[in-house]
Design a binder for this molecule. Structure first.
Ligand SMILES: Cc1ncc(COP(=O)(O)O)c(C=O)c1O
Length: 390
């Protein structure tokens, strides 16, 4: 009998020699931009009023750079708002929903959260169009005369809408896109988007805490022509005397922002510009997703949760184990793999979201380097071999 305790490990069970240089694969907060260091952030605005000349200038710079990098047309306003992406989505929902029938589309946890808001909190009796984890609902079912709320990229299932072609140019309803894990990785069709939201900690690797709300002209028209019959907390209020509070979209935030988070976001945006702007960011995400796709294709124990490549995310890539093991056992295998990889500093935070089917979720956004995704492949084999034999 062979003495396996002293035999050197070979093949998939051997510990790989090379580790990803930056093992940050979390789907939010996501990896910092390459070369980021806290000491590189501008700090002149810290310890100052955010309403000082300098404070307002820095907030405006964050807005202007957002416009430049994302190619947001002048028709759309960009505001920095409280409470991250959730704050941006909810202030839009609470302020604008009511005058039109509403459709909510959900195919994973965050979209389902907006359904709960609409059904149980706002009680506006929306039409709900849903699909299971891994699938996209039938987008052609959306009426152009309804307001529609959807996540552009479902971060917890790795399924995204393929484009905006399903949104009618002559719609009378408003589109509300929670695009937090899509912007900066996708060239967004701004003319199709009336309300777009995101936070800084996703594709740009910024900090949580603040949301960005982008309003097209039709959304502004809604805000100025419709007063909802419900209480609106101060941090949701975007109008004054029936007119849009333009200050919000020029850097006069509703309440106090973290200027450190603002400076960190500016750093990320300047990095984006330095590498070639949106096209370069999109190319980096796509290269990362393609590298991960090659890893998946080479392994019979791993597959994409999203079967259709046309709707597969290039940021939050969700993978499933191909095994006969039941769901509980798969959950345990994933837990084991993830803790082994973290202990080795080979990959951080790659378990699927708590409400999603058990699996791995590997962030492929622009701040991740493709070489690190490539270096991850052998580590996944190692962790899988260890977890199975545990
Ligand atoms: C699609 C989507 N919507 C909303 C959120 C919540 O974002 P935040 O924590 O910035 O409010 C997330 C976070 O991962 C998300 O992925």
């Amino acid at each position: 009998m062979t003495d396996t305790t002293t035999a050197p490990a070979t093949g998939a069970s051997a510990k790989p020699a090379e580790k990803p240089a930056r093992p940050y694969f979390s789907s939010g907060p996501c990896a910092k931009p390459p070369g980021w260091d806290a000491s590189k952030l501008a700090t002149d605005s810290l310890g100052r009023s955010h309403r000082s000349k300098l404070g307002k200038e820095r907030l405006k710079r964050a807005i202007d750079l957002t416009r430049e990098v994302l190619k947001v047309p002048d028709t759309h306003r960009i505001g920095i708002v409280p409470a991250s992406d959730t704050g941006a989505v909810e202030m839009a929902m609470w302020s604008m929903l009511g005058p039109k029938p509403v459709t909510c589309m959900a195919w994973e946890s965050f979209g389902a959260g907006w359904v709960t808001d609409a059904v149980k909190q706002l009680r506006i009796d929306p039409e709900v169009i849903e699909a299971d984890y891994g699938d996209l609902p039938d987008l052609t079912r959306v009426s152009p005369d309804h307001d529609v709320i959807f996540t552009w990229n479902g971060t917890t299932s790795g399924v995204r809408v393929p484009n905006g072609d399903w949104i009618a140019d002559d719609r009378t309803g408003l589109t509300f896109a929670d695009a937090t894990s899509a912007v900066f990785a996708v060239d967004m069709p701004w003319d199709k988007l009336d309300v777009t939201t995101f936070s800084w900690q996703k594709v740009m690797g910024g900090e949580g805490g603040h949301g960005i709300l982008i309003l097209g002209p039709r959304a502004v028209e809604r805000l100025e022509s419709y007063t909802p019959d419900r209480p609106l907390p101060k941090i949701f209020r975007m109008t004054k005397g029936g007119k849009l509070n333009e200050g919000i979209f020029e850097g006069s935030t509703i309440n106090t922002p973290s200027m450190l988070a603002v400076e960190d976001y500016i750093f990320a945006l300047e990095w984006a510009q330095s590498i070639g702007g949106l096209d370069a960011l999109v190319a980096r995400s796509e290269a990362n997703a393609a590298a991960l796709g090659r890893i998946v294709a080479d392994r019979d124990w791993l597959d994409h949760l999203a079967a259709d490549p046309a709707v597969r995310s290039t940021t939050s890539v969700c993978l499933k184990l191909v095994t006969d093991a039941d769901g509980d056992t798969q959950g345990k295998l994933v837990k084991k793999m993830v803790s082994l990889l973290e202990a080795e500093d080979a990959a951080y935070d790659i378990a699927s979201y708590r409400d999603a089917p058990p699996g791995l979720r590997i962030w492929c956004g622009a701040t991740v380097d493709t070489a690190d995704i490539e270096a991850l492949g052998p580590w996944l084999d190692w962790a899988w071999a260890q977890a199975k034999s545990a």
